[in-house]
Design a protein around this ligand. Structure first.
Ligand code: FES
Length: 408
């Protein structure tokens, strides 16, 4: 059979030999490209080149839920499933989805020859046996941490942060649906090589970390934590069962959260949620997230804002909510900061707003970390729009309401 194949190769003139593709985002096809694009998105130096080639492929046999199918050799299990009409659900929905395509979130996992494995980065092999129903199995996900944290995330209640003690035991989950060129946590986001954990294992480790460091809260961040819904809901259920009194904090970019997903999270015990809409203007959002499709950028940006509105209107009495965005003059003007301030103030002027000062990282090593005085200017602009609880992260510490500085 003839197919149009995606092929990724290394541009030696850009490769600096950092080893990211050997230790973090590794090829699961043993170097025989299946066009999954995980390495293409992950290379910090953009040393991977994508080309399309029409090639003749040998058909191979697959047994899907016991039924024999033919698929072209040299593609991923996900691509093979799609080629025979098995479609993946919308990111964030229940069931089989493939929101990251990087091998980190495990939302695309199916049973392959009897073991749970990610369909997005696993190559098909002749005679492979695939089972699609994995509901009865414990889900998996790559987890970094736990580690104790002194300042927490976007929705960590500001009055708990005093710089003297740890406020949260945190984990970071691999995989993301966005491709932010300045990703501040890219060793987590693009990790497809660490051994995954079940929600129960992650909950036990978080609980132990909390016990050792005496934190009031537990936090889940990423990457984008919401990508694997079943895993995340089971994590919160386990945590709530183990610690009925704890503050359970989720930080999310809000892009794939739907109302029923939020309802399920709250029902599972999550009582502290931070949403990061990132921007007001779609063009700024595209610069920040690396999304090139304008319609998609508009849709994701509006999803984040509308889920923040839903959270505030439905759960302010039960969930401590925060909003966040990252400031850097490389992508945002103070006029847009004011616009963001107006939009948040129209939702709730008391809402906690945390602004992060993004430093050079990943593919944006050219930017400079905003100075403390720049961040104070951002704080002033937001407060002038009527916001009462603004926190800015700076090189000298977190500066919160009343210009209270918490040094790191
Ligand atoms: S979509 Fe396959 S691991 Fe995230």
């Amino acid at each position: 059979m003839r197919i149009l194949r995606k092929i990724v190769s290394v541009d030696r003139s850009k490769c600096v030999g950092c080893g990211f593709c050997r230790s973090v985002s590794v090829c699961h096809a043993r170097g025989r490209c299946i066009g999954c694009l995980a390495c293409y998105h992950a290379c910090p130096y953009e040393a991977r080149v994508l080309r399309f080639e029409e090639v003749e492929c040998r058909p191979v046999r697959l047994f899907i839920d016991g039924v024999e199918h033919m698929a072209p050799e040299g593609v991923s299990v996900k691509e093979a499933l799609e080629s025979i009409g098995i479609m993946f659900g919308e990111p964030g929905s229940r069931g089989l989805t493939a929101p990251c395509g990087l091998g980190g979130c495990w939302a695309c996992a199916v049973l392959i020859n009897g073991g749970l494995e990610r369909s997005c980065i696993t190559p098909i092999r002749d005679g492979m046996r695939i089972e699609l129903d994995v509901e009865g199995l414990e889900p998996l996900r790559i987890v970094h941490g736990p580690q104790p944290h002194r300042v927490g995330g976007k929705a960590t209640p500001w009055w708990e942060v005093d710089g003297l003690r740890y406020v949260e035991a945190a984990i970071w989950l691999a995989g993301c649906d966005l491709r932010c060129p300045q990703c501040q946590n890219y060793h987590v986001t693009y990790d497809n090589s660490s051994v995954p954990m079940t929600p129960r294992e992650a909950a036990k480790r978080l609980a132990e970390c909390r016990r050792i460091y005496g934190t009031s809260g537990l936090a889940v961040s990423g990457g984008e934590p919401t990508l694997n819904r079943r895993w995340l809901i089971e994590l919160f259920r386990s945590l709530r069962r183990m610690m009925p009194e704890a503050r359970l904090h989720l930080d999310s970019n809000g892009t794939i959260l739907t109302r029923d997903y939020v309802d399920e999270l709250v029902e599972a015990g999550c009582n502290n949620i931070g949403i990061e809409p990132k921007a007001c203007k779609p063009e700024t959002y595209m610069k920040i997230t690396g999304i090139r499709d304008e319609e998609l950028a508009k849709r994701l940006l509006e999803s984040s804002w509308s889920i923040l509105e839903y959270l505030v209107s439905s759960y302010s009495d039960r969930v401590y909510i925060g909003a966040g965005f990252a400031y850097n003059p490389a992508w945002m003007t103070l006029e847009e900061v004011a616009e963001i301030g107006d939009r948040i103030a129209s939702i709730d002027p008391d809402l906690q707003v945390t602004v992060l000062d993004y430093f050079p990282a990943f593919r944006r090593r050219d930017i400079r970390r905003p100075t403390a005085s720049m961040m104070l200017e951002v704080k002033k602009v937001l407060e002038e729009r009527g916001l009462k609880t603004v926190i800015v992260q700076t090189g000298i510490g977190h500066i919160g309401p009343g210009d209270r500085i918490v040094h790191y």
